[in-house]
Design a protein around this ligand. Structure first.
Ligand code: ADP
Length: 667
């Protein structure tokens, strides 16, 4: 035996090693993975939380840019028409306080003149001035109210300027009040509210403020509707900046509020509308008080660079006074400086309310907090400052349900565990298959080498006797005619045996290479069987066999006659070879249902049942103590031939009692 490892085996060992090494590594890593799963999951959660916080920051940035763009669109549509601009931006929840500034930083809207303007002092007509002053003298010095009323009426007729008319009407209203003429007083103040609302007194005080206060004083249940609509109109104009705001406005609003709450209106929604306007104006006042000095400064901070650019037209400024953290967007590229305050709460609530978590493995809870809270309640918490827009404000991200982490870990462990087991099983299976293949290869190699020695031996036996008998004949050693004939018949029979053996080898090698093509012809099968028995009669007689034939003479079918003859010859040959004591052979040919059956039954040594299937394999031989020679090809060839006929070969056998082989062909 050659003890060196063959190349195929070497390759298989390398392959097995590769499978074992990589499989073990994979298993090791997945086991490792399972034990580190908690850590890995926590890392993953932190990663997701970080990702989520980035999404929030992006969303804030995008939303602010969006707001700026929308605001620009509205500016382009409405210009500085405050009424329509206000109405337009009121549709955006997150745009809080709109403002328009002069380039010097003074307020245009909300209308809050920073310096008291002396605009109505100079009147165009001297006659107005003299008459009015006469009225004032009569009213305040001489206490002649009726004269004063006359003078004011005349001055009103003489006035050419709106400011003068307003001044005269205001004075008239005052006189009517003093004269207890409430009807005329109301008429005067009504005129101021509806027609002279934007006029200011010489000290920059809107007449309308005074008018409203007086109207409230003299109002009664009969005039409620009238009053309500006057107040609605005045508040509307204050809200849109037509009536300027000042340090008195707040008090006036309180007065109005008190009056509205003490009266019940007839028109539905009027009270709510008035209160809403009061709120809005109060917001404007708050805004003014907070930013009156600051906004102009903010506009000059270009040099300090303390602003962020939003889009290419806006500066975002975080109001630093008072730490309110309000975000102001200013557009300096427009003809006036225009801007608005971002309602931070609404903006953030809007973002928190969106479906921002899609694609994550876990669900998170996001909370806003003013500082970096250190909560011990949650063991996995990520906090991120909302920079750059809302410094100081943090978003805290926590896993919504901590139980889910445990579930996730268990689920993952199962997946890894099952995958590892599958890998192991696959690995083992692979190795088993490889080993099985190797042993099969080895077995075939052994069978092949056995076959070669068997075949040589098998061929040598008939050749030796042919040679021996032919030589005797040639040398004239055989004298009698009957001996000569016997020798010749031995030579013929031995060569027939040789021929059958060689035919088997040829047939087998043909089958191995290609699917053999047979010539099928209608043939009488009993004739074929008889001829074959005839050809082997010598051996049967020699070995003293009792041969029983039960042949149905009329059976013919479309078969390959040469090959069927070869197959039957092999069966008969085996029956002779493997019958050592009881030498009886029964040969049958009959039809059953749709099949033709050729049977060869002997009473020989038999075949163990567990080998019934194996004996048809190439080179396979049953180990025998009897030492009967053979090539292991006879049955293989028979099976090939029978298969080509779409038939079957069956075997039944009992060890020590005999065997029966049946070839079944389709009719
Ligand atoms: P060979 O006879 O050359 O060994 P075969 O393919 O014809 O090869 O047969 C395979 C094996 O089947 C034989 O080794 C033999 O052990 C067994 N066998 C075949 N026919 C018979 C039979 N009639 N009786 C007993 N054993 C048989």
């Amino acid at each position: 035996m050659n003890s060196r490892i063959k190349p195929v085996s070497r390759l298989s060992i390398v392959f097995i090693l590769a499978v074992v090494i990589s499989g073990s590594m994979l298993t090791y890593f997945s086991v490792n993975n399972i034990s580190n799963l908690k850590e890995l999951t926590e890392k993953k959660i932190l990663e997701e939380q970080r990702g989520l916080s980035v999404r929030y920051l992006d969303a804030i940035k995008n939303n602010i840019e969006n707001l700026a763009n929308k605001f620009s669109d509205e500016l382009n549509t409405h210009g500085l028409l405050i009424d329509s601009l206000l109405k337009a931006v009121s549709r955006y929840d997150c745009i809080d306080q709109l403002f328009i500034l002069n380039k010097d930083g003074t307020f245009i809207f909300p209308n809050f003149p920073r310096l008291q303007k002396n605009i109505s002092e100079a009147s165009f007509s001297d006659s107005f001035k003299t008459t009015f002053e006469a009225g004032e003298k009569a009213e305040f010095v001489e206490n002649k109210l009726k004269t004063a009323r006359q003078n004011y009426l005349s001055s009103l007729q003489l006035s050419t300027e709106k400011a003068d008319s307003a001044k005269a009407i205001n004075a008239l209203g005052r006189i009517y009040l003093k004269l207890n003429d409430f009807k005329n007083a109301r008429a005067c103040y009504q005129q101021i509210v509806f027609n002279y609302y934007s006029e200011l007194s010489p000290d920059g005080f809107p007449y309308v403020y005074y008018a409203i206060q007086q109207l409230i004083k003299i109002s009664n249940t009969a005039t409620i509707d009238e009053m309500a609509s006057m107040i609605e109109s005045a508040l509307g104009k204050m809200e849109t900046g037509a009536i300027s705001l000042n340090f008195i406005t707040e008090k006036l609003l309180i007065q109005i509020g008190r009056w509205t709450n003490n009266n019940s209106f007839h028109q539905q929604g009027q009270l709510a509308h008035i209160n809403k306007m009061i709120d809005k104006i109060n917001l404007q006042l708050n805004f003014i008080s907070e930013y009156e000095t600051e906004l102009p400064e903010l506009l000059n901070i270009e040099a300090t660079g303390r602003y962020l650019s939003v889009g290419n037209r806006y500066r975002a400024i975080n109001a630093f006074s008072g730490g309110s953290g309000e975000l102001i967007l200013i557009n300096t590229n427009f003809e006036k400086t225009v801007g608005f305050v971002v309602d931070r709460e609404k903006l953030l609530a809007e973002i928190l309310g969106t479906d921002i978590q899609s694609g994550f493995d876990f669900e998170y809870l996001s909370v806003l907090s003013p500082g970096n809270m250190n909560s011990t309640e949650y063991y996995l918490k990520y906090s991120s400052e909302l920079l750059p827009f809302f410094p100081g404000l943090h978003i805290q991200i926590m896993v919504k349900d901590e139980n889910l982490i445990k579930e996730f870990i268990t689920r993952r462990s199962w997946v890894y565990g099952i995958a590892s087991i599958l890998i192991l099983v696959a690995m083992l299976l692979g190795i088993i298959l490889i080993l099985r293949d190797i042993s099969r290869e080895k077995q075939i190699a052994r069978l092949r080498s056995d076959f070669i020695s068997n075949v040589t031996h098998e061929l040598k036996t008939p050749l030796t006797s042919i040679h021996m008998f032919a030589e005797s004949l040639l040398l004239g050693r055989v004298k009698s005619v009957s001996d000569k004939n016997e020798y010749l018949s031995i030579i013929i029979n031995e060569s027939a045996r040789l021929k059958r053996m060689i035919n088997n080898i040829l047939e087998f090698s043909k089958m191995e290479r290609v699917k053999p093509e047979y010539h099928f012809v209608e043939s009488n099968i009993s004739l074929i069987l008889k001829t074959t028995i005839q050809e082997m009669a010598y051996w049967l007689e020699e070995e003293k066999f009792e041969v029983v034939t039960e042949l149905d003479e009329n059976i013919s079918a479309k078969i390959a006659p040469e090959e069927i003859k070869q197959a039957f010859g092999n069966l008969l040959n085996n029956a002779i070879k493997y019958s050592t004591i009881n030498k009886k052979i029964i040969i049958r040919l009959f039809k059953k249902a749709n099949q033709i059956s050729i049977e060869v039954e002997d009473q020989g040594i038999g075949i163990p049942e567990d080998q019934f299937d194996l004996i048809f394999n190439k080179f396979y031989r049953v180990d025998r103590k009897e030492g009967i020679s053979g090539t292991g090809l006879g049955l293989t060839v028979i099976k090939g031939i029978v298969d080509a006929h779409n038939g079957e070969i069956l075997v039944t056998s009992t060890v020590g009692k005999g065997s029966k082989f049946s070839i079944l062909l389709n009719k």
